[in-house]
Design a protein around this ligand. Structure first.
Ligand code: HPA
Length: 236
């Protein structure tokens, strides 16, 4: 047990999928995993461990934003020995050729600030994905014929952003989408020498103001989970 995760030693798998929403963790466990058991209920941030194609996997909610994700990722890595962490979540599209429902594989995550900012001070560290996971996810997405973009994303501290100028500059510099968790995940993975990737679905669009209809959300989310699992276990 840790401060925020009630799982007993050994109840967390080496591979952890991390949706922001704890109810998504439950849905993933019910939809994709066999023999899934609930391993965390602390603060309602549900976590489940089961198997996918015979491979042991945990799905643990991260909450929204980097301070929340940082707590769960730190404890998963440092206390439970997690080796591979894949964020599965939604993002806002920031390029005209990035459509609603498309998948983004985040090669890098630019950010103004993360909970790790204090370590780096004046240095602009470049948080980046694990190459083996990124490559495996790209192969999986190609095989599933899902429109997929690979490139930089922006990890913001705010959903209700009052900096349209910043959005403009991000778009101008080719950033594909915005979300609120990945930069800190990548920094923690680098620090602790584990693997991380973010697989994201475009749920809304900052330029076109389109949004994914609620009835489509589940299917898009399912595609993303499938890509994440195939990336984690390429031979399975
Ligand atoms: N901004 C920040 N985070 C998000 C967004 C957004 O537009 N969409 C999904 N996650």
């Amino acid at each position: 047990m840790t401060v925020h995760i009630g799982a007993k030693p050994g109840e967390i798998a080496d591979t952890v999928l991390m949706p922001g929403d704890p109810y998504r963790a439950k849905w993933v466990a019910e939809t994709f995993l066999e023999n899934a058991t609930c391993v965390n209920e602390v603060r309602g941030m549900l976590g489940f461990t089961g198997t996918w194609r015979g491979q042991r996997v945990t799905v643990q909610g991260s909450g929204m934003g980097m301070p929340s994700l940082s707590i769960y990722a730190n404890e998963l890595i440092r206390d439970y020995g997690a080796q591979t962490l894949i964020r599965i979540g939604s993002c806002g599209g920031m390029q005209t050729d990035v459509g609603i429902r498309d998948v983004i594989l985040a090669m890098t995550a630019s950010t103004l600030s993360t909970p790790s900012r204090g370590i780096f001070r004046e240095l602009n560290f470049a948080p980046s994905a694990d190459w083996s996971l990124l490559q495996a996810a790209a192969t999986a997405a190609q095989g599933m014929e899902i429109p997929t973009h690979i490139g930089g994303i922006y990890s913001s501290d705010v959903f209700y952003d009052e900096r349209p100028d910043l959005t403009e500059q991000m778009t101008r510099h080719g950033i594909l989408g915005v979300e609120m968790e990945t930069a800190e995940l990548y920094i923690l993975a680098a620090r602790h020498k584990v693997r991380a990737l973010a697989v994201l679905t475009v749920s809304d669009h900052l330029l076109t103001h389109e949004a994914l209809p609620s009835e489509d959300r589940e299917r898009s989310f399912g595609d993303m989970v499938e890509i994440a699992l195939r990336a984690a276990f390429p031979g399975a």
